[in-house]
Design a binder for this molecule. Structure first.
Ligand code: AMP
Ligand code: MG
Length: 468
């Protein structure tokens, strides 16, 4: 058994966390263990240790559990104190390739940051995080990963009584925009600087020794976030809670709560039951990206220039590049999705025009089937606009388009009705549908019925919940 912890966050950043032990799960049962991920991390362990270590039933040797402080803008309103209210960072592991990862338990009990919450999580939402994050990983989208899910043997109360679970989550770090905000809001510039130094060392080591390291850090964070949101848009992914406490400085997708994938293309799609204004609707994600980056930049102002007015100007100059960078990233993503070779100045217009023509059609399969009119047409109730668009696309895409489409566009995504069916079964004790779904989404380019099919018409409008 090897699982060797380091604790660079706790070492570098005293005063940004509280030491607190996870709850002891009364009757832990291992539901999921990500063996390939464990191997990548250089972690070897058997099922019994995984069950005990990743449920809080027993702490792994060398673990030093902490709850991290953070703040956050939630749906636009600032909460100065959030923090890990149901999570415990056990420590960091350094993989054989030298990369450092946090191992955090989620759903592992109350902490001083819990406010009114019970500190717990239910089986369904934790397995949901596994399915969606494994799909992101399979598609090459930066994401936190799920190492294990353990049923605790406890019941948790949500709308109803549910089986409890703990997720062991692997992340490049759990530094959030909200971590910076926590200390900036308290005027603690020394800790903001220490956080920035830690983030640079950990996520942007090339910037060490830069003559303007904090501006370069802001710039690099903008770069990764714009690329990430462009990836989300390409997949039809709707995060659902793009609050600043759910935006990782590493550029990974984090905090899979009410997230889901859009099926029929509708830019105003919202799934989360609590997002009544549609703040985090599909089409708003690139705008929220810019808004959240502005919140990060604000925390860094004192580090950018001794003259506050000059510092604001410097930050604004950088933030002003976000929209154009996002546009370039989006165009790159769409070029791949459309199977276009090389680059042409008209590519983003071609992509935009497809969006206009494909309203209501299945987001995923439309791209997958562009070269196969016979299978494309049934996805549409009205094909007229596509009839006009397709010849333009064919002329631009040229030879080999079918092969490029198949390599860029997934056949299988976590379809909402399949995810629901798998999680419902798991909640009732049957893990087979979950494992079958997981296997399908881990090989997203392999056409596998029934997983590639859109929801049956009777499935209705999909609503997701935070699962908190
Ligand atoms: P989230 O919406 O999951 O990103 O969480 C927002 C905040 O609420 C964070 O500070 C979480 O730690 C906290 N939180 C969410 N669920 C719970 C829970 N069941 N018990 C305690 N705190 C929670
Ligand atoms: Mg969160």
């Amino acid at each position: 058994m090897t699982l060797a912890f380091d604790h660079s966050y706790a070492r570098d950043l005293p005063g940004t966390y509280l030491r607190v032990a996870p709850d002891v799960a009364p009757a832990p049962r291992l539901l999921f263990l990500n063996r390939p991920l464990a191997a990548d991390l250089g972690v070897t362990l058997d099922d019994d240790h995984a069950r005990d270590w990743f449920s809080g039933a027993a702490l792994p040797p060398g673990a030093d559990p902490i709850a991290q402080a953070y703040a956050g803008h939630q749906f636009g309103g600032f909460s100065p104190q959030l923090g890990d209210g149901r999570a415990h960072l056990l420590g960091e592991v350094v993989a054989p390739d030298g990369r450092r990862f946090d191992i955090q338990l989620k759903g592992s009990g109350k902490t001083p940051f819990s406010r009114g919450g019970d500190g717990k999580a239910a089986v369904g939402p934790m397995l949901r995080e596994v399915v969606i994050s494994e799909f992101m990983a399979a598609m090459g989208v930066p994401t936190t990963r799920a190492l294990a899910v353990v049923a605790t043997g406890e019941e948790v109360w949500r709308e109803t009584k549910l089986p409890g679970a703990v997720l062991a989550r692997v992340a490049a770090s759990h530094l959030r925009v909200g971590t910076f905000q926590f200390f900036a809001a308290r005027g603690d510039q020394a800790r903001v600087k220490a956080l920035a130094d830690h983030a640079i060392a950990r996520h942007y080591p090339d910037l060490a020794g830069h003559d303007a390291p904090y501006l370069a850090f802001l710039d690099a964070a903008i770069e990764r976030q714009t690329a990430l949101i462009a990836d989300w848009m390409g997949l039809g992914f709707i995060h659902g809670v793009m609050n600043t406490d759910n935006m990782a400085i590493s550029g990974e997708t984090i905090d899979y709560g009410p997230c889901a994938f859009m099926e029929g293309y509708a830019p105003d799609t919202v799934f989360s039951s609590i997002d009544r204004q549609g703040r985090y609707a599909y089409q708003n994600q690139p705008l929220i990206l810019g808004w959240n980056l502005a919140r990060l930049a604000e925390t860094l102002i004192p580090l950018l220039d001794p003259d506050p007015d000059r510092a604001v100007e410097i930050a604004n100059d950088r933030l002003a590049t976000t929209a154009a960078r996002y546009r370039a990233d989006w165009t790159r993503v769409m070029r791949r999705k459309l199977g276009l070779p090389g680059e042409d100045p008209g590519d983003d217009r071609l992509a935009e025009d497809l969006l206009t023509a494909m309203q209501g059609a299945d987001w995923t399969l439309t791209f997958r089937r562009l070269a196969d009119a016979g299978r494309l047409r049934p996805l549409f109730t009205d094909f007229t606009a596509m009839e006009a668009w397709l010849p333009r696309w064919r002329a631009r895409a040229g030879d080999g388009a079918a092969r490029r489409l198949a390599a860029a566009n997934p056949a299988v995504i976590p379809r909402n009705h399949q995810v629901e069916a798998a999680l419902t079964a798991a909640t009732e004790g049957d893990m087979a549908p979950f494992h079958a779904l997981l296997a399908a989404i881990q090989a997203p380019f392999t056409e596998a019925e029934p997983y590639m099919l859109p929801a049956p018409s009777g499935f209705g409008r999909y609503v997701t919940f935070c699962g908190t």
